[in-house]
Design a protein around this ligand. Structure first.
Ligand code: G3H
Ligand code: 13P
Ligand code: NA
Ligand code: ZN
Length: 328
């Protein structure tokens, strides 16, 4: 059945696990995530960005997720609006049946320009008022995760959405987080703790202190009843990068967030773990490999089938690593 993010993350907090929130854009990604969830009996968060709606069209996305709920009636499913850029976008999502919305008021409506704290509180509180009236959960964001395009704020040199900042300035402030939650009533809060969006997060191999764990602990201590969300949580698997490169792909050296660090975050209050890039890499690697293996093949289902299997296996790994298996 479809449930709210609050319902799912309350259960996750009670049992000490984290839930991967996978981005969806098409049939194959939804199938792969659902097959993985069924395999390990895990609850599911499917999230759609503005880009996903533009790609698939809102009715297609909604109906495909309804189909997933019909095919897997035993699995709890949250349908979440990822990075809502305005209250209007969130209202649209609520009307179309999403059970959770993210009001990303850390940026202005252009999803580029950093917003003031006051703007963030204002738009987020308005969305919470509307969403809670109809049982829909709300995720807010506080901090500087870097621009969605460049994804550079996680890098040590720190050229993020707000210009050049020191590492410390880019992290969410615990006192401000407490103030923000009190002023808005959000169910979940995305925090800046050293990650960024996309494939190019770190140019050197992480040596074990990518995440600002002390910051996560401090924020969790201040707002223990607000579920923490980690964006930019792809691990950027080196084996998939290798397969992509072996088959004509061009991706420069890059590293993501190690799964062990995410597990450490989960031990300290992170409950929703956003993953998009890893599924993209696995599907692209599998498709490139399948096409190279049989150049005479032209039935796209053959490539898609491999892509789906690759995404499914990646999702199974994440469900298991984050403690979701058996929790549906
Ligand atoms: O937060 C960013 C997600 O990876 C969505 O990406 O805007 O290309 O759909 P997208
Ligand atoms: P990745 O790019 O690391 O997969 O992050 C996705 C994300 O945060 C979506 O909101
Ligand atoms: Na989100
Ligand atoms: Zn994000």
């Amino acid at each position: 059945p479809m449930i709210s993010l609050r319902q799912l993350l309350d259960h996750a907090a009670e049992h000490g696990y984290g839930v991967p929130a996978f981005n969806i854009n098409n049939l194959e990604q939804i199938q792969a995530i659902m097959q993985a969830a069924q395999k390990v009996n895990a609850p599911v968060i499917l999230q759609a960005s503005a880009g996903a709606r533009k790609y698939a069209g809102e009715p297609f996305l909604r109906r495909m997720v309804e189909a997933a709920a019909e095919m897997y009636p035993e699995l709890p499913i949250v349908l979440h609006q990822d990075h809502g850029a305005s209250p209007a976008v969130c209202v649209q999502a609520i009307r179309s049946g999403f059970t959770s919305v993210m009001m990303d008021g850390s940026l202005m409506e252009d999803a580029k320009t950093p917003a003031s704290y006051e703007y963030n509180v204002d738009v987020t509180r308005r969305v919470v008022d509307m969403a809670h009236a109809v049982g829909v959960s709300v995720e807010g964001e506080l901090g500087c995760l870097g621009s969605l395009e460049s994804g550079t704020a996680g890098e040590e040199d720190g050229v993020g959405a707000a210009g050049v900042l020191t590492h410390d300035q880019m992290l969410t402030d615990p006192d401000q987080a407490a103030e923000f939650v009190a002023a808005t009533g959000v169910d979940a809060l995305a925090i800046a703790i050293g990650t960024s969006h996309g494939a190019y997060k770190f140019s050197r191999k992480p040596t074990g202190d990518i995440l600002a764990i002390d910051r996560i602990k401090a924020i969790h201590a201040r707002i223990p009843n607000t579920h923490l969300v980690m964006h930019g949580s792809s691990s950027v698997p080196q084996d998939w990068l290798g397969i992509i490169r072996e088959h004509g792909g061009d991706i420069r050296e890059t590293y993501g967030v190690p799964v062990e660090e995410i597990q450490e975050g989960i031990r300290h209050g992170v409950r929703k773990v956003n993953i998009d890039t890893d599924i993209r890499l696995a599907m692209t690697g599998a498709m490139r490999r399948a096409m190279a293996k049989d150049p005479s093949e032209f039935d796209p289902r053959k490539f898609m089938k491999d892509a789906m299997a690759a995404a499914r296996d990646l999702c199974i790994e994440r469900f298991e690593a984050f403690g979701c298996a058996g929790m549906a």
